[in-house]
Ligand binder design. Structure first.
Ligand SMILES: NC(=O)c1ccc[n+]([C@@H]2O[C@H](COP(=O)([O-])OP(=O)(O)OC[C@H]3O[C@@H](n4cnc5c(N)ncnc54)[C@H](OP(=O)(O)O)[C@@H]3O)[C@@H](O)[C@H]2O)c1
Length: 264
C-alpha cells in the first residue's frame, strides 16, 4: 500500500471497482469500458496495482472467489434493480435466462422481497431458478409471445431486467405493468426491433440503459449482500493455468452460475 493512502489497511480484503471515476449519481462523461477493456489492464493476474479509490471492501462472509463475482455481474444487477425505479417487496421482476447477471438479479430481488418470473430457453434452467426462489418461468422457445404470458400470469412486471439486449424490448414491454421499467443491459444484441410506441406511451413505461454501476452502488451492494447473507452462485472453478479453458467454458453457454479463475 502506498504511503499516502488513507482509508485502507494492509491486509484489507477488497475487490476492484470496474469502471473509472464513477463515484455516485450520473455516470461521468468518460468512465471507460472497465478494467480489462480497451484502456486499462485487467485483473487476470497474480498482482494488480490500482489507485486506492479503485477498490471496494469485499463482503465479510464471502471468500475471495465469491467476492470476485461482484464487480461486474452483481453490480450490474444491483443497478438494474435499484439504480432507478427501485424494486420493493411489492414488486414483480422479470429476469431473462440464467446467466451471471440474471442469477444475481434473482437473488437480490428475492432478498428485497420481490416476486420474480424468469424467461428461459431451457426447462432445466427454469427449474433451477424456481429452486432458487423464482415464482415461475416461461420458455421463450415454446412461447415466443412470452411478454403476454408473463403479463397474464403476474399481472404485469414492475421491472424487466433485460440481460439479452434491445431485441427483447417488444416482449419486455408486453410483460410490463403500467409505470414499470425495462432496465436493458444485455450486449448479446444491441440492434433491436422497433418498439410499439402505443404500448410505450400507454403504459407510461420507462426504458433505462444500464452500464455496470457507481462506487456508491457498489458500497450499497456489499452491505445488502452481507445483511441478507447472499452467496453468489458459482458453476465452475478453474486454476490460473487453466484460464483458457475457463474462457471456452464461459463461451460455450449452458452454465448455471459464474465461471471463476482462482489465483493460487
Ligand atoms: N451493461 C453492462 O454493464 C453489462 C454488465 C454485465 C454483462 N453485460 C452483458 O449482459 C449480458 C448477460 O451477461 P451475463 O454475464 O449474465 O451472461 P451469461 O452468464 O453468459 O448468461 C447469458 C444468459 O442469457 C441467456 N440468453 C442469451 N440469449 C438469449 C435469448 N435470446 N433469449 C433468452 N435468453 C438468452 C442464456 O441462456 P442459455 O443458457 O439458454 O444460453 C444465458 O442464460 C451479456 O451480453 C453481457 O455482455 C452487460
Amino acid at each position: 500500500m502506498g504511503s499516502q493512502v488513507e482509508g485502507w489497511r494492509t491486509g484489507d480484503r477488497v475487490t476492484n471497482l470496474h469502471v473509472l471515476d464513477w463515484a455516485d449519481g450520473c455516470p461521468p462523461a468518460f468512465m471507460g469500458l472497465g478494467l480489462g477493456a480497451l484502456h486499462e489492464d485487467g485483473v487476470l493476474a497474480e498482482y494488480v496495482v490500482l489507485p486506492a479509490g479503485r477498490v471496494m471492501r469485499a463482503p465479510a462472509r464471502l471468500d475471495h472467489v465469491e467476492a470476485a463475482t461482484l464487480p461486474v455481474a452483481a453490480l450490474t444487477a444491483w443497478n438494474a434493480l435499484f439504480g432507478d425505479h427501485p424494486v420493493t417487496a411489492d414488486s414483480t421482476v422479470v429476469i431473462i435466462g440464467s446467466g451471471g447477471v440474471a442469477l444475481f438479479a434473482l437473488q437480490l430481488a428475492r432478498a428485497a422481497g420481490a416476486r420474480v418470473y424468469a424467461v428461459v430457453r431451457r426447462a432445466a434452467a427454469g427449474d433451477s431458478l424456481v429452486r432458487l426462489g423464482a415464482a415461475g418461468y416461461v420458455n421463450s422457445l415454446t412461447t415466443p409471445d412470452w411478454g403476454q404470458e408473463v403479463f397474464a400470469r403476474s399481472g404485469g412486471a414492475d421491472k424487466v431486467v433485460d440481460s439479452v439486449g434491445v431485441s427483447l424490448l417488444p416482449q419486455a414491454l408486453a410483460a410490463l405493468a403500467p409505470g414499470g421499467e425495462i432496465a436493458t443491459l444485455g450486449l448479446f444484441d444491441v440492434v433491436g426491433a422497433p418498439v410499439d410506441g402505443y404500448a410505450l406511451l400507454g403504459k407510461q413505461a420507462r426504458i433505462r440503459g444500464v452500464a455496470v454501476g457507481s462506487a456508491a452502488m457498489h458500497r450499497d451492494l456489499v452491505r445488502f449482500v452481507e445483511t441478507h447473507g447472499i452467496r453468489p452462485v458459482i458453476d465452475r472453478r478453474f486454476g490460473f493455468r487453466d484460464a483458457p479453458a475457463a474462457y471456452k467454458t464461459q463461451g460455450a453457454g449452458g452454465l448455471f452460475g459464474k465461471v471463476v479463475i482462482e489465483v493460487d
